[in-house]
Design a binder for this molecule. Structure first.
Ligand code: SR1
Ligand code: MG
Length: 402
């Protein structure tokens, strides 16, 4: 009989007390439920007398954003804690420390990162993060290379993939990213002024063909252990530090899906500058900063991934001349396609981004939304013809100037 039940704040405090040596024995603990995501409860437990704190994150058996009508496996909490532990081993310092995991209660107790900002909000507030491109390209290159057939024992990888089968969460992605935005699905949600734009997406056969190819790769191409939901709401940040959180969507999939997720969210923010920049000069400057960051992420990721391949490659046949270049070219094309898919879903699909949704003036919001759709659909349609990150950048900049 499972002991699972959603915790209340008093119970979260009781559980937090069991983390030995974290809090002073005597001091009072206070707790607030701060979860503002789509799926989980998040308790912030702190001790004012010692200044110490931690996070108790608990999965709910359904998608909070929709309600109990959308059941979800609690096993995602085990997947999240195990992914965090593995990511810490592979990319040390770039994820929160895990103090304890209870699979029955579907909870993970981890480092409190309240000293950091959620990157999406940080960007909306005009934040500049000089270390981000280096940190995130490090995270991507190390976690993805060392869980791929290039960087780990291929039989062990198959066994690891078994423990990261994540069907419920993959189904969310398969539906919400690779299906529903391209048909008149009940889950879709968009401003009425986008009706004609959405209908164009639903009837665009050229677009559907590329989405079908990206979807097939998501379903079948078990390249590496992905984070699986690497948007700017899954990143805690300061100018000096980056921490990737929330890998509950982790599973073995195509590497470009993670890289594309980061770039897509920077481009959604790029589109949102229709509102968040004070004037045209500020808008151009802010967009240049975002583009520079995207370029540095891809260039850093590619350089590091190639370096790991040369230094730690485990596969003899993968050293065949030309193979690495071909692999990286395919990976770039996947990245471009997934970038586009992750942009489109945030405009017409179920789950949106605050960067764009919080634009108060509907006409300005529509301009940002249409820019995101123009960039996203172009990237999807052209991904298999492109060969450099500069071409992705050209597509974004040309759409913004149009
Ligand atoms: C029902 S969950 C909606 C979205 O929230 C998560 O962060 C994922 O991006 C998912 O698609
Ligand atoms: Mg999340």
């Amino acid at each position: 009989m499972s002991n699972y039940h959603p915790l209340n704040e008093a119970e979260a405090i009781q559980i937090a007390r069991t983390i030995s040596g974290h809090f002073d024995k005597e001091g009072e603990l206070v707790c607030r439920e701060i979860g503002d995501g789509n799926l989980n409860l998040v308790f912030h437990v702190s001790q004012p007398s010692s200044g110490r704190s931690l996070i108790v994150k608990q999965a709910l058996p359904y998608a909070k954003v929709v309600g109990e009508s959308w059941p979800l496996s609690l096993d995602r909490a085990r997947i999240e804690s195990e992914a965090l532990i593995l990511q810490e081993r592979l990319a040390s310092g770039l994820v929160p420390k895990v103090y304890h995991a209870d699979h029955e209660l579907a909870l993970t107790i981890m480092e409190d990162l309240s000293s950091h900002a959620i990157m999406r909000q940080g960007l909306i507030d005009g934040g500049v993060y000089p270390k981000f491109a280096d940190d995130i390209s490090d995270f991507l290159a190390k976690t993805l290379f060392f869980t791929s057939d290039l960087g780990m024992n291929q039989q062990e990888k198959k066994l690891l993939a078994r423990s990261f089968a994540n069907p419920d969460l993959c189904k969310i992605t398969e539906d919400l990213i690779f299906d529903h935005p391209y048909t008149d699905a009940d889950t879709n949600s968009f401003d009425p002024h986008l009706q004609a734009d959405a209908e164009r997406l639903w009837s665009d056969a050229e677009l559907h063909l590329e989405v079908a190819i990206l979807r097939e790769k998501f379903l079948t191409h078990a390249q590496a252990l992905l984070h699986g939901d690497l948007h700017t709401g899954s990143i805690f940040i300061t100018p000096e530090s980056t921490k990737v959180i929330d890998p509950e969507f982790a599973y073995f999939g195509p590497i470009g899906f993670d890289v594309g997720a980061v770039i897509a969210n920077l481009l959604l923010h790029y589109a949102s500058q229709e509102h968040w920049s004070a004037d045209e000069t500020a808008r151009v400057e802010r967009r240049q900063y975002l583009i520079k960051t995207i370029r540095e992420i891809w260039v850093g990721f590619e350089r590091k991934f190639r370096g790991l391949w040369d230094e730690h490659g485990t596969d003899r046949i993968a050293k065949t001349p030309g193979y690495k270049d071909l692999y990286l070219r395919n990976l770039l094309q996947d990245t471009i396609g997934y970038t586009g898919a992750k942009m489109v879903r945030r405009i017409v699909g179920l789950a949106h981004v605050a960067d764009i949704d919080r634009i108060p003036d509907p006409a300005v919001r529509a301009k940002a939304q249409r820019l995101a759709l123009a960039i996203g659909t172009n990237l999807i349609k052209r991904n298999r013809q492109l060969a450099s990150i500069e071409q992705l950048i050209d597509i974004a900049d040309s759409a913004a100037k149009a």
